[in-house]
Ligand binder design. Structure first.
Ligand SMILES: *Cc1c(COP(=O)(O)O)cnc(C)c1O
Length: 373
């Protein structure tokens, strides 16, 4: 992927072997490599303290997984949704949001996204509910932008519907609440990266317990019997070791990324063209830095590539254009149902964004962007 590029779109920022070493020594001494070992337990405990909760909420329970995708499948599988349940998902997201619903045995129902924040908002979910029956809602922390947990807690309390947040790219920015369940990814492409891995953060200890059992084949109670059909989706001790080393580096990673974001913000304001970025608070540091080119994304990507700059069309095409998912939108008038997604799909482009970008490189990206536009 992209060796020919002078400026990479994404370079992971992981702990060094030296950082991970002490944890591996512990693992080696304990001779415990999987199945909820000591490092895994410690990582979960530290994550529970790492993810803040909104005022008035209790600390959520963390359960580790092999990926965000399996964490999402787990929570959907153990929420005791009705057979044939319909789960509202946004059209602009990584395909795993929808495949998790399908693999849990339910049906994704597509919802258009907000034109400024590019996400499925509580207001859009309420509108969808007035038009169709839905049994659960899955908002997404788009490009790592945390969802408004207070608003989703209210939504869940008011409608009685479970809310499962695909917060895959938002670990380190997303706060937890009283009702919503959060799934995070630790994949190499995420800001808080361990290589592979996932986490469920839930205020419901019953859901946490069942999801953990699901990740371990469905074993529950003594005697080695399964009480539900699960799978093997556990996080091993090697990954927990890397996770613990990464927790210790988080403030470094965060300040590196904040520095690059500040360089972009100042370089972009110097351009003649006004560049639309994702609507989010000033505190927000995106997982992937996506801009709106007003329908010129392909052209911008080509021009950038000529200058040796790698860009990515994150979360595109929209879910309803993936061959494996088109049937879910069969019979729908796409322009009428998803007008905002239709505008965004040829407009959004991810610029290079990672810990190691220099001022010079950011300037080059921005001048190349200005030329293309
Ligand atoms: C990265 C991502 C995923 C997948 O996470 P994995 O840990 O690789 O399974 C799912 N949803 C969204 C929104 C993502 O950004």
């Amino acid at each position: 992927m992209g060796e020919a590029y002078k400026i990479q779109c994404l370079v992971p920022d992981l702990p060094s072997p030296q950082d991970i070493g002490p944890f591996l020594e512990e693992m080696h001494s304990a001779r415990w490599y999987s199945n909820f070992g000591p490092l895994n337990k410690r990582f979960e405990f530290e994550i529970e303290n790492f993810v803040p909760v909104i005022d008035g909420a209790n600390k959520n329970t963390a359960v580790s997984f092999s990926s965000a995708t399996t964490a999402l499948e787990a929570v959907l599988s153990v929420l005791e949704l009705a057979e044939g349940a319909r789960v509202l998902v946004p059209t602009l997201t990584f395909p795993a949001t929808a495949t998790a619903v399908l693999n849990a045995g339910f049906t994704p129902v597509f919802c258009d996204v907000d034109p400024d924040h590019w996400d499925l908002s509580p207001a859009l979910a309420r509108k969808a509910l007035s038009q169709t029956a839905v049994d659960a809602v899955m908002p997404v922390a788009v490009y790592g932008k945390p969802v408004d947990v207070r608003a989703w807690d209210e939504f869940s309390a008011e409608t009685g519907l479970p809310v499962v947040v695909d917060a895959a790219a938002a670990l380190g920015q997303q706060v937890a609440g009283k009702h919503v369940h959060l799934a995070f990814s630790l994949h190499a492409t995420k800001p808080f990266s361990v290589g592979e891995g996932g986490l469920l953060l839930t205020p419901d200890t019953g859901v946490a317990e069942r999801a953990r059992s699901w990740s371990n084949f469905g074993f529950a109670g003594p005697g080695g019997v399964i009480s539900r059909v699960g799978t093997n989706a556990k996080m091993g001790e090697f990954y927990a070791a890397t996770g613990l080393a990464q927790l210790a580096r988080w403030s470094t990673i965060k300040s590196r990324r904040a520095r690059v974001l500040a360089m972009y913000k100042s370089a972009l304001t110097k351009l003649d063209n006004e560049i639309q970025t994702q609507g989010a608070g000033d505190e927000f540091i995106p997982a992937t830095f996506v801009i709106n080119t007003g329908g010129r994304a392909k052209m911008v990507a080509d021009r950038m590539a000529e200058s040796g700059i790698h860009t990515r069309f994150w979360y595109l095409p929209p879910l309803y254009e993936h061959p494996a998912l088109v049937s879910l939108a069969a019979g729908l008038d796409i322009d009428a149902c998803f007008p905002e997604t239709e505008k965004l799909k040829n407009s959004l482009i991810g610029l290079p964004f990672h810990s190691f970008l220099t001022q010079e490189e950011v300037n080059l990206v921005c001048s190349s962007l200005a030329e293309a536009l």
